[in-house]
Design a protein around this ligand. Structure first.
Ligand SMILES: C[S@@+](CC[C@H](N)C(=O)[O-])C[C@H]1O[C@@H](n2cnc3c(N)ncnc32)[C@H](O)[C@@H]1O
Length: 351
């Protein structure tokens, strides 16, 4: 007799339509594999996860006037978008050096660019701080063109494990190179109220620097931690609890952005690195060599502007940009991260 008894099959548990983790969430994390998803995300005006949309590409290329056979430096490799465009201008002749301090993303970019045919013969990628451009120049000689696109990449901001964004929960790290220095959480552990207030003012012009620094230090004294992005967001929320409800939400958001920015600049020694880079630039540029720099906040722009002006007066640059160049309105609507971008440029004098 046929065995009518069918073995009970457990229903496969519905895992839900929504992915649970960052890695699961974004198909775009593998941009080559999910080209359709990626282009849909870009069309909507967002940056696909795991990717970075390069800013002011045409303005940069128009200014740099790259010719085949030249030697160039991309001081901030990131996703390699600008690098790729500059390599195309070299047309397989000459050499491009590219630096980044981020071991996680630069390894991925190196692999991606190699797959596109840009190997060691044309492109040398170095895990190195642009504060040390003189060392790269010892190897490469003088540069005909240099680009620096400052700050952090979308891949770094979007990865919650790295703690760059107040919008997602994660460890409060904020280092571009997590293998060097101390995390933002560690930095806060031993900070005084005065020091934190100064950092918030100097690095981000935070109007509530006093309130936020007092709340942070008092929280630590009460035995509570500021180890995660959520903890720091809570500090800002508590510090601004006195504001009328109608304006609190927007103010907390802006203060969170500035507080994270101030800490990021601090733990990565961003201003020190930029000063060093600007000081060494004239010494690594070939006669008539061109440099373009993209900045993303007033502190950075001030350093670039002052340095260009000073060396222009001293005769080391023959020409500098008088006005900042801004991305077009069309680019800003396509890529919201372009909105705060300012570009400045300089041309090395002949002598
Ligand atoms: C805005 S992203 C560059 C994006 C890139 N231009 C592109 O098109 O994909 C800035 C990059 O500079 C790197 N960076 C920031 N400060 C640096 C420094 N002092 N030395 C070297 N790289 C740095 C960051 O790790 C990040 O990857």
């Amino acid at each position: 007799m046929e065995n009518q008894e069918k073995k009970h099959k457990r229903r496969v548990r519905y895992s839900g339509a929504y992915p649970k983790s960052y890695k699961e969430k974004y198909k775009e994390l593998n941009p080559e594999k999910y080209a359709d998803t990626v282009s849909r995300v870009i069309q909507k005006g967002s940056t696909p996860a795991g990717m970075h949309i390069s800013i002011c590409v045409s303005e940069i290329l128009e200014f740099l006037q790259i010719k085949p056979g030249q030697t160039g430096l991309d001081a901030t490799l990131g996703y390699g978008g600008h690098t790729q465009e500059m390599l195309k201008c070299l047309d397989s002749r000459g050499h491009l050096y590219a630096l980044d301090v981020d071991p996680i993303e630069s390894a991925k970019t190196k692999e991606r660019l190699e797959k596109l045919g840009f190997g060691e013969d044309i492109l040398s990628i170095r895990l190195q701080n642009f504060a040390d451009i003189d060392r790269v120049s010892e190897e490469a000689g003088l540069f005909d063109f240099v680009l620096a696109d400052l700050g952090v990449s979308s891949m770094q901001i979007d990865n919650p494990d790295r703690g760059f964004s107040y919008k997602t929960e994660g460890p409060l790290d904020l280092r571009m190179n997590p293998e060097k220095g101390i995390s933002a959480a560690e930095r806060l552990r031993n900070i005084t109220q005065e020091e934190l207030q100064g950092m918030l003012l100097e690095n981000a012009d935070e109007p509530y620097a006093g309130e936020i620094s007092r709340e942070a230090v008092s929280r630590l004294k009460r035995g509570k931690t500021i180890d995660t992005t959520g903890d720091l967001r809570q500090v800002v929320e508590d510090a601004l609890a006195f504001l009328p409800a109608a304006e609190r939400r927007e103010t907390v958001k802006k203060s969170c952005q500035r507080t994270f920015q101030a800490l990021r600049i601090d733990v990565n020694n961003e201003f020190e690195a930029l000063y060093s880079f600007m000081e060494k630039l004239p010494g690594i540029l070939a006669p008539n060599g061109r440099v373009a720099i993209l900045t993303f906040h007033s502190g950075e722009d001030r350093i670039v502007k002052k340095s260009f002006k000073q060396f222009y007066k001293e005769g080391l640059y023959r020409e500098i940009s008088n006005e900042v160049i801004r991305p077009s309105a069309e680019e800003c609507s396509r890529n919201s991260r372009a909105r705060s971008t300012k570009m400045r440029w300089a041309i090395r004098a002949e002598g």
